[in-house]
Design a protein around this ligand. Sequence first.
Ligand code: FAD
Ligand code: NDP
Length: 488
Amino acid sequence: MPDLKYVVVGGGIAGVTCAETLSLFAENATITLLSASPLIKTVTNLIQITPNIESFDVEEQPYKHVKEGHCKVQVIHTTVNSLCAQEKRLHLSDGKTLDYDQLCICTGGKPKLIAVDNPYVLGIRDTESVKEFQKKLKTAQRIVIVGNGGIATELVYELEGCEVIWAIKDKSISHTFVDAGAAEFFMAHLNKAKDNSPEGLSKRLKYTTNEECEVMMSDKKPVMGSALGPDWAAQLDIRGAQQMSHRVHVEHEVEVERVLSPDDLTLLGLKACSVDQGQDFTNWPVYVQLTNSKIYGCDIIVSATGVEPFTEVFLPGNNIDLAPDGGMKVNSKMETSEPHVYAAGDVCTACWDPSPYWQQMRLWSQARQMGCYAAKCMVAATKGENITLDFCFELFAHVTTFFNFKVILLGKFNAQNLSNDYEVLLRVTKGQEYVKAILHNNRLVGAILIGETDLEETFENLILNGLDLTAFKDNLLEPGIDVDDFFD
Ligand SMILES: Cc1cc2nc3c(=O)[nH]c(=O)nc-3n(C[C@H](O)[C@H](O)[C@H](O)COP(=O)(O)OP(=O)(O)OC[C@H]3O[C@@H](n4cnc5c(N)ncnc54)[C@H](O)[C@@H]3O)c2cc1C
Ligand SMILES: NC(=O)C1=CN([C@@H]2O[C@H](COP(=O)(O)OP(=O)(O)OC[C@H]3O[C@@H](n4cnc5c(N)ncnc54)[C@H](OP(=O)(O)O)[C@@H]3O)[C@@H](O)[C@H]2O)C=CC1
């Protein structure tokens, strides 16, 4: 019997994990990993904090380096130009074709920008885009950051030597990840100098970059490199032109009405304002008008406004269904709507009926889990075996660092889809910890843990066990009480 041909497209964490897992579980197979960027991310020093929470170092390595198991992984540095699913064939940028028996698409996403083709509006996604940002930042006195999610939250902490106007849609900062209470907790640290001490840095995850990054272009669209991952900014020099640490001004509940050139400003007779709301007479290269009518001048606008799944080259001529967020719809076996075509990571949208405590977010951990599970599904399908949804999709769990605090998010951490039908238990020690437990029908369904709370494992178990906490909830967050004692 000829070898089965597994092909994976994308050299980010989803694609690499998929190829590595295929190599572990597949038999008599050829595995080919196609990547437009010569860098392949791998996870090292994996530490299992709880059954669902992992911390790890992230490394970018030369593209030939993939951990192999039973079967060899062949890595080809190329760009896929199109897919013909009916013939099970990929067309590559060098004119060649590649046939597959099973295909997994892991092409990630690209930044969703507030304005395209404007040299002053930058998105941050891969090593190249960060280099571009660093270059422009060197001479910058002021930047405007638009967006209220992961990149914006990390950037306002990491960025020094430059005034920052942070324009957010919401009433509170970091809204994609935390509630207003936790945002208040962080606000006290917004304008503090970042902790550059060895202790401050050693608590953080490691991220290393390979300088020789070159991304191949498709003949249709530019293709990005792999997305940066945890702690992307901590070891980079992200400094503006000013001799100062932090000066961040937040504009709440606004969006960008329009981006203006200096000529536009003069032509329209508009005036820019300064942070103290007086008139700003500085000549800036670019201006933003916010929906509250304020106009700020700046050197750069960072559009940290989310991700758009990178799907387009695979769509023409095929029947790949997209979800409303633009991701390829995948079922509980990571299959797209085209037979023998799977997808994993940022490019896909999970369309199965999820566990009550899990939701998709385009995160490193989920891309890794999906890449691994997709490979297992592909192998199971070729062997005619059944497979049940992996345990990792039972509970949403994310660990990260914001404002130099460890942040752990569990389950419905922001009371997602609970309308007003939930109870909140809160414990806050200013500058030290923020613990929020969300209860529904007296059962723990989600939590935000900021600081060294040591509660993650217990809370994870409480959510998964669905234990009725009626008798314990008044004491659940009492300081000094060992929660585990309740359950002995
Ligand atoms: C600045 C930044 C910081 C982040 N920080 C965190 C964090 O702290 N924690 C966290 O959990 N997540 C974080 N994320 C999110 C996380 O990095 C992504 O969710 C994850 O890396 C997605 O992995 P992926 O493999 O799906 O996609 P990607 O990493 O985007 O990889 C896609 C790959 O496909 C290749 N490709 C695309 N099109 C083609 C084609 N046509 N042919 C061949 N190859 C192609 C690309 O070159 C790339 O190699 C961050 C993201 C960014 C941008
Ligand atoms: N530490 C971590 O875990 C990190 C994770 N990441 C991940 O990397 C990816 C990219 O990060 P990022 O770009 O910050 O994306 P996020 O999805 O984290 O955040 C995007 C933010 O931009 C807002 N937004 C969207 N469109 C507009 C608009 N037109 N005007 C103003 N605001 C807008 C969103 O609001 P709304 O939601 O209301 O649309 C949201 O607040 C994400 O998947 C993110 O999860 C990135 C950095 C760190």
